[in-house]
Design a protein around this ligand. Sequence first.
Ligand code: F6P
Length: 342
Amino acid sequence: MRVGVLTGGGDCPGLNAVIRAVVRKGVKVHGFDFVGYRDGWKGPLEGLTMELGVQQCRGILPRGGTILGSSRTNPFKIDGGVEKIKENLARDGVDALVAIGGEDTLGVATKLAELGVDVVGVPKTIDNDLSGTDFTFGFDTAVNIATEAIDRLHTTAESHHRALVVEVMGRHAGWIALHAGIAGGANIVLIPEQPFDIEEVCRLVESRFESRYSPILVVSEGAVPKEGGDMTLVSGEKDAFGHVRLGGIGDRIAKEIEDRTGAEARAVVLGHIQRGGTPTAFDRWLASRFGIHAIDAVADGEFGTMMALRGTDIVRLPLIEGTGELKLVSPAEYAEAEVFFG
Ligand code: F6P
């Protein structure tokens, strides 16, 4: 059997570990051969291939990014896109695909599976917001990077008597902010699931200063003020690539803190640093196991499925279960962290 492999969406530490595991087990145990598709769904759409075998996977386990490249191309948004993919898969002699990606990439895989393409999905996102799986790889690395940044920022906050606002990734879900906020000893954590009251935030900032300590706030990029409050966001503006610009929520909050409390406040945006570099041991372990199980699913002919972590087991789920709804932080889980606020 000839298997195509692609990685789509934002890069994520652990992608190379999945590719390596898929190829190793595919070649050694199942006797498959592989073709790498470059740049996500753009690869099969435009026929962009690369050689992929055990040799190409040597030394990639600790490397961030993806040797296959990535993109956010969606063939369903392109005229004749799906037909073109089917044509190219047939031309390349590809019998099955392993698609490694987040909500968008696996969303495309779900629809292609319905249209008869033999595809198996592996969930990835640093945001950890894919339903169906307890964790996605990349998340642990992002949380560790954010936690280290918070640890380092405590000393600047204390030395300069400043409030420091650390903006972390998470467009729809606050998992990175919540986990790194707890691990880094943040005094306030703001997440998209719980719209914040800026007055309340400033009260917590003031009470922290009153106890002679400087506050650290961890804010998801998708955090939003409560409706009807007196802080509004200029958002929704799209850049040349169609990405929505949220307008730097961390910086907005820092300014509000200065205006309302008179204390000095600075914002630090961690951005893509959270997605770069070497994956943690946990992410390498999870990504490798996802890869092994994905190629086993191909060998078993269980297409239209995705791998998921349930407890310590890797299970196969229908793709639709992983892409249907986002996994969000529950009010109860957020409330647990509140004991550390202020
Ligand atoms: O989906 C992961 C993610 O890291 C989000 O948290 C973030 O909003 C987005 O990707 C950024 O994507 P890009 O690199 O395309 O700007």
